[in-house]
Design a protein around this ligand. Structure first.
Ligand SMILES: Cc1cc2nc3c(=O)[nH]c(=O)nc-3n(C[C@H](O)[C@H](O)[C@H](O)COP(=O)(O)O)c2cc1C
Length: 158
């Protein structure tokens, strides 16, 4: 597998979609926090999902998830997927995106790159373990983030 990118720019500026479930029932949301690296001798992708997100349920119920990256033209769509919940809109049938199977998970045909990940680990990021100003800024009123580490089992490119 080969994936050469500036990972700081890719997540933070280009954004990504985090998708979990199967073609019959899945959810997706925009993310801009994440990482790529290695642990336990495996290539991994790490994502952070607030426990309040609908996607969180799918992350817990499914063994696989995908992280997918899109061309600039789809940024507006990613904006919608990052501000509305799948509890309120039909994220499985967005007019701009065509869902397709990615191994045992789901991605979209419009993705330039999709990382197919198998969940290895999850843990809540406990505010009590953070620097106080970060705990205050990000978790004063809002739900905590759960961290998911997934083994990158496949990289799909267009
Ligand atoms: C640019 C951008 C980046 C985001 N990054 C994250 C993230 O890394 N983790 C997270 O929990 N929410 C993140 N969000 C917020 C979710 O995408 C948003 O709450 C979404 O509506 C959740 O959808 P869901 O309820 O269908 O899961 C981000 C939103 C945007 C616009």
């Amino acid at each position: 597998m080969d994936f050469t990118t500036n990972i700081f720019e890719t997540y933070d500026k280009q954004w990504a979609l985090l998708t979990a479930g199967n073609l019959e029932k899945f959810n997706t949301m925009t993310i801009s926090w994440g990482g790529l690296g290695t642990i336990w001798g495996k290539p991994v992708a790490t994502v952070y999902v607030r426990t309040s997100r609908y996607t969180h349920e799918f992350m817990d119920d499914n063994e696989f998830f995908t992280v997918s990256f899109y061309p600039e033209e789809l940024k507006k769509t990613l904006g919608v997927l990052g501000s509305k919940s799948g509890r309120d809109i039909d994220k499985m049938h967005m007019p701009e995106l065509t869902a397709e199977a990615a191994g045992e998970s789901v991605t979209f045909k419009e993705a330039e790159v999709t990382l197919v990940c198998r969940k290895l680990f999850m843990q809540t990021l406990e505010p009590k373990n953070m620097r106080p100003e970060i705990a205050e800024q990000f978790y004063g009123k809002d739900a905590p983030h759960d961290m998911y580490i997934g083994e990158v089992v496949n990289i799909i490119r267009r």
